[in-house]
Design a protein around this ligand. Sequence first.
Ligand code: AMP
Length: 122
Amino acid sequence: MAYDPENIFAKILRGEIPCDKVLETEHVLAFKDINPLAPTHVLVVPKGAYVSMDDFTANASDAEIAALFRATGDLARELGVAEDGYRILSNCGGNGHQEVPHLHVHLFGGRPLGRMLSRPAG
Ligand code: AMP
């Protein structure tokens, strides 16, 4: 999938629309999900133009890749969910039900999160 520079996270990264920022580093922006599914629901986003995790690991620098994972783990501690447990999730592509075509890692916490996936019906 080609990167669409008009996607909503690209607009947030360019400062064209606001976000509720929780962390910013050289390579990463993290902000609260606008439609939270848990008491803690943050999106951790690389600043570079990457669609998916496979695009990211194929094309990003080691520094960018390290920064995304470091920021995600650091946020789990800083947001107070590390002790009780949390979940990270990245939806990629059609079967992954990705809605925004800029790589993002969801960080959920603050309540029991249930099984990692619901079983298919039937
Ligand atoms: P997905 O691409 O399926 O991982 O879902 C995209 C996520 O982005 C959803 O959880 C949305 O609630 C969230 N989202 C969409 N627009 C915004 C926004 N402007 N600010 C923060 N979160 C957003």
